[in-house]
Design a protein around this ligand. Structure first.
Ligand code: TYM
Length: 333
């Protein structure tokens, strides 16, 4: 990996199997960026972040890490070209998080939009949960990353990361570049209830789901709420199923749009859903097979993650030396 390449980092929480939102908003773009050959790339599985919410029973965290690693690899990330690793294998993230916590005003963290929402919805109020976006900032800037390929929901976190970088650089001298988001073509994927697709809303479809689960979930989609009967004219641009058909059945969308808008009684929401389900099953068939095969050899996954951690640690430690020196710390002597 050469020095002149722009550094890119991204990460995901190990929530088990990944869903279409994770894939379309981030993972597919990661693979495209990898294949462009233009970047030095780091992809993290953020197990410490998972503990900010699921701290009561971490007993299946290890299994969830294997699951997400299999998703990364089945989607086409190539450990020969990019660095794939687990956050807790690179302790330097925790050191940087701690140092950044000294310079971060609490109101900056309290005003992150997802914070108040989740505190109320999930009854969370831990110190770690408040610091969630700060740990994310450490994940990114410890690689001195300039690009962060994520979905739209992560933009406020990146805004905060830039503010923290500016503050650090102002106080101690220029160490970090300001990281910018890299959005995919589909940075917001709606779930079956029309809200953002998310496991916490239980409105998701996983690429690794068996065909009957995919069919059931797709059939439960809320469509255009103003189209009540089959002959009613609809508004495809307000319909989450249509949003997905644009990705998975682009050859059909022109005709579907015309039929939906004119209220053609021969083409209703059920037909759209059936088409979408079959396209998803077909599109992700090779993905499902690959992930099964990968999960049958966990030693291999473990080896890939261990090698990734070693490469990540080298870059992270290099940055920490710059940080300790800039801050004139005892351990920089
Ligand atoms: P997480 O694990 O919730 O999501 C992982 C990635 O999937 C994207 N995503 C979506 N994109 C479009 N539509 C959706 N419905 C959808 N749902 C999820 C997210 O935008 C994200 O890119 N805070 C991060 C994890 C993290 C991180 C980092 C990310 C920790 N450290 C450093 C980047 C860099 C999160 O919870 O993502």
């Amino acid at each position: 990996m050469s020095d002149h390449k722009k550094v890119v980092l991204s990460g995901m929480q190990p929530t088990g199997m990944l869903h279409l939102g994770n894939y379309e908003g981030a993972l597919k773009n990661w693979v495209n960026l990898q294949n462009s050959g233009k970047y030095e790339m780091y992809f993290c599985i953020v197990d410490w972040h998972a503990l900010t919410t699921a701290y009561k029973d971490p007993s299946d965290l290890v299994e969830r890490i294997y699951q997400i690693a299999a998703d990364y690899l089945a989607a086409g990330l190539d450990p020969e070209k990019v660095t794939i690793f687990v956050q807790s294998d690179v302790k330097q993230h925790a050191e940087l998080h701690l140092l950044l916590s000294m310079i971060t005003p609490i109101p900056w963290l309290e005003r992150v939009p997802s914070y108040k929402e989740k505190v109320e919805a999930l009854g969370l109020d831990s110190y770690g949960f408040l610091g969630y976006p700060l740990l994310q900032t450490a994940d990114i800037i410890i690689y001195r990353a300039e690009g962060v390929p994520v979905g739209k929901d992560q933009l406020p976190h990146l805004e905060l990361a830039r503010e923290i970088v500016r503050r650090f650089n102002f106080l101690y001298g220029e160490v970090f570049p300001e990281p910018q988001a890299i959005l995919s073509d589909a940075p917001y994927i709606p779930g079956t209830d029309r809200r953002k697709m998310s496991k916490s809303y239980d409105n998701h479809i996983c690429m690794g789901d068996p065909p009957d689960v995919i069919r059931k979930r797709v059939m439960s989609y809320y469509t255009d709420e103003t189209k009540i009967y089959r002959g009613d004219p609809g508004h495809p641009d307000r319909c989450p199923v249509f949003a997905l058909l644009k990705i998975y059945a682009p050859d059909q969308t022109e005709k579907i749009k015309a039929d939906c808008e004119s209220g053609n009684p021969d083409w209703g929401c059920v037909k759209c859903k059936k088409l979408l389900a079959e396209r998803l099953i077909e599109t992700f068939k090779p993905f499902r097979e690959k992930r099964e095969q990968l999960l049958s050899d966990r030693e291999q996954i473990k080896k890939i993650l261990a090698e990734g951690a070693e490469r990540a640690r080298a870059r992270a430690e290099e940055t920490m030396r710059l940080v300790r020196k800039a801050m004139k710390m005892w351990d920089a002597q």
